[in-house]
Design a protein around this ligand. Sequence first.
Ligand SMILES: NCc1[nH]cc(CCC(=O)O)c1CC(=O)O
Length: 313
Amino acid sequence: MTTSLQNNPLIRLGTRRSPLAMAQAHEARARLCSAHGWDEGAVELVPVVAGGDKVQDRPLADLGGKALWTRELDAWLAEGRIDAAVHSLKDVETIRPPEIALGAILQRADRRDVLLGASSVAAIPQGARLGTSAPRRAAQMQNLRPDIEVVLFRGNVATRMAKLQAGEADVTLLAAAGLERLGEDGVGTPLDLEDWLPAPSQGAIGIECRSGDAQTREMLAAIDHAPSAAEVMAERMLLEALDGTCHSPVGMLAQLDGGRINLKAALFSADGGERVDGSVAVAPGDAQAIRAFGADLLGRATPGIAALFSGKA
Ligand SMILES: NCc1[nH]cc(CCC(=O)O)c1CC(=O)O
């Protein structure tokens, strides 16, 4: 019988199988090994097929939303087939089952959206088609450029880039973090955070485990990046306060500044014609202040926006 770590890993990390998910799982493994002084064999990567990967022709929002991405990995965690699961936190619901804990948030990558097909939002030709299935990207673009038409784009990053190449749309928007992780950095134009708000949690990798698994929680705590976690948790608290769904177009940005977090958000109607903006400075973890900020935004929401938040969408 062999006692090599290859056959006896210290931790089994579940991941989706898309190239982006695999790249993120490799990053999580590298961080674990470097933090604990392990060799690669200590971390076994376990690829799982997620529901969201099986359907490519309809918007995620119509298919049951973000839970599609986590359902299989949640089950594998519960069954003890894996010890932890690696996720794009952007795709993970804010309210999770109590038996699942967010054990680590890795240092956040570039959180900006990248525009492909034009050098800036202003430079996009009149009446051009934006390929996206993200309500935030569609609404934010049409808010700035009501002339632009939105066409449905789903599939993984490579598929969407191929659809753009094939002329199915004139421009598209992708997360800088995803492009970077796939070695595609350098394509397109990253949009300035001052002018264009990313999704809550964009660029952040989260690793979940069973709440009662103290050993895994301790292993994961070593790779948690506190400043990233403070910002991402503020964004997730605000998203929860807004009670948004996958149909809710909302961009936001939390930025640590000294001991405070500057939190900015914009809510849109589906066609981008209505927009409400706000910003606030809060202490890290001040859920009450973030809920009050959420209530302020919702209080100022026009009907077309209000219909998409507070659990109404
Ligand atoms: N919606 C899919 C998804 N989920 C996470 C990322 C990128 C990586 C990240 O934001 O951490 C992407 C691709 C994209 O939006 O371009």
